[in-house]
Design a protein around this ligand. Structure first.
Ligand SMILES: CC(C)(COP(=O)(O)OP(=O)(O)OC[C@H]1O[C@@H](n2cnc3c(N)ncnc32)[C@H](O)[C@@H]1OP(=O)(O)O)[C@@H](O)C(=O)NCCC(=O)NCCS
Length: 178
């Protein structure tokens, strides 16, 4: 899917390929330096390597209930959304999503477009209809994005993430039936 950004650059949203491993890893590592709201901190992200990223991509390509979309601008990966399913028979209908956009490309509608493409994909899979996510309560931008798409808060785990040393935030679970 091709789009134009407000700055005139072309945005491509497409499924990840194995050869995206290095670009995806570089983007993820950069994002962990820009935000505290991802699960891994920057030091942990720097420990990841291209092989583990390739295995992550492959697990999404190989499984019919998993999705990994990337956002690409000028040949560079600057965002991604993923949908994961546990693979258990009792939970075939449930998936967990995650999303991130590099700071220099935020507020250009890329998060919204990744969400739209991801939810469209879920809609096309009749057996997959419950999507949820976990987000730090302090991550107001992300929570607003999810609310815009009809996600509702259904619970929170107090102080479940240490965003900075000594600074804890609740983790909020949000869900949507698609
Ligand atoms: C959350 C995130 C994915 C949003 O991506 P984005 O490309 O900036 O989002 P968009 O430009 O499409 O904006 C979509 C909506 O998000 C909300 N939003 C995004 N940036 C915002 C900001 N700075 N202030 C307030 N709301 C904001 C708004 O509701 C916005 O809708 P609007 O433009 O109609 O007001 C992005 O900020 C991000 O990757 N953050 C760091 C990683 C992260 O927190 N991931 C989620 C972990 S659970």
């Amino acid at each position: 899917m091709r789009h134009f950004l407000p700055n005139g650059e072309e945005l491509i949203i497409r499924e990840a390929r194995l050869k995206d491993a290095a670009g995806m890893l570089a983007n993820y590592q950069r994002m962990t330096a820009e935000t505290d709201f991802l699960l891994l901190n920057h030091a942990e992200a720097l420990d990841l390597d291209a092989e583990s990223e390739e295995a992550f991509i492959k697990s999404h390509l190989d499984k019919s209930r998993q999705l990994l979309l990337v956002a690409e601008v000028n040949g560079r990966i600057i965002g991604a959304v993923n949908v994961d399913n546990t693979g258990h028979d009792k939970r075939t209908h449930v998936c967990e999503m995650g999303i991130g956009v590099a700071k220099e490309y935020q507020r250009m509608g890329i998060g919204r477009r990744l969400m739209t493409a991801m939810l469209r994909w879920i809609e096309e899979h009749d057996d997959l209809w419950l999507v949820y996510l976990q987000v730090a309560a302090a991550n107001e931008k992300a929570i607003q994005l999810y609310r815009n798409f009809g996600f509702q808060e259904c619970g929170r785990l107090p102080d479940a993430i240490e965003l900075k040393p000594g600074h804890f935030s609740d983790i909020v679970t949000m869900y949507k039936k698609v």
